[in-house]
Design a protein around this ligand. Structure first.
Ligand code: G3P
Ligand code: MG
Length: 236
């Protein structure tokens, strides 16, 4: 059973700390988040690591592709997925694990991620939610570890969104807030899916999306959005 909170810290608390780092997860916790989102891809030698881009350049300054870099040669501060999970265990944070494969590694990245989850996920934490833009990764996750709930990530409303969600056995859709309108939100909810929205840092926008039916706001600034949603609950 998916216990999704109404606010998830994007890449930790990316508004306040370097994204997808242990510091960012700690910052998310300090700012009140109960869950974070992180991105998993694999190093050249197949180790699942936490990194958003295909290149290390933007976040670490090292001008090299992840797919060309062994785990042992990663710049300092890039956590392995196992290190990130251990940190979440210490902090007591749940996790939306985005499977974000380097090109051609859709299946291998999903396999590596779920294998690590099976080995390392702390039993005292709520079960993670696996998400991906890649249907192939979600299909492998379903095959290898059906016990983990899945969310299909969509950057826009595509005609076959429902068929794709059904095909990978998703229970949730995580969609771009820039492309979510009231009609699509209504259709998603009517079809029985949980609805996550990324990446929302504006309090007014967050409240509007919740009014539209969003169950979960994925944000770089969890403190801001937690305050916004708490303020929107009328007093008893
Ligand atoms: O999982 C939500 C969001 O992280 C998806 O987009 O590019 O920020 O990984 P991106
Ligand atoms: Mg992501």
């Amino acid at each position: 059973m998916l216990q999704l909170p109404n606010v998830v810290g994007h890449r930790g608390a990316a508004a306040y700390a370097p994204e997808n780092t242990l510091d960012s997860f700690r910052e998310a916790k300090r700012r009140g988040a109960t869950w974070i989102e992180l991105d998993v891809k694999t190093s050249r030698d197949g180790v699942p690591i936490v990194m958003h881009d295909e290149s290390l350049k933007r976040t670490t300054g090292v001008d090299r592709l992840v797919i060309d870099t062994d785990r042992a040669d990663l710049p300092a501060g890039v956590p392995t997925f196992a290190e990130a999970i251990a940190c979440l265990g210490e902090l007591g944070l749940g996790c939306n694990v985005e499977i974000k494969p380097c090109p051609g590694r859709e299946a291998a990245t999903a396999r590596a991620a779920v294998e690590t989850l099976r080995q390392c996920w702390p039993p005292h934490l709520p079960a993670p939610l696996l998400s991906s833009f890649k249907d192939a990764s979600l299909a492998i996750a379903r095959q290898e570890a059906p016990e983990y709930a899945r969310a299909l990530l969509l950057g826009e409303q595509v005609p076959d969104w429902l068929a794709r969600a059904q095909a990978v056995g998703a229970v949730c859709l995580n969609v771009s807030g820039r492309k979510l309108g009231a009609l699509w939100a209504h259709d998603i909810k009517r079809a029985g899916y949980r609805l996550g929205v990324y990446t929302i840092n504006d309090p007014v926008e967050a409240r509007a999306l919740v009014a539209m039916g969003a169950d979960c706001i994925i944000t770089d600034a969890p403190d801001v959005i937690l305050d916004a949603l708490a303020a929107s609950i009328p007093p008893p």
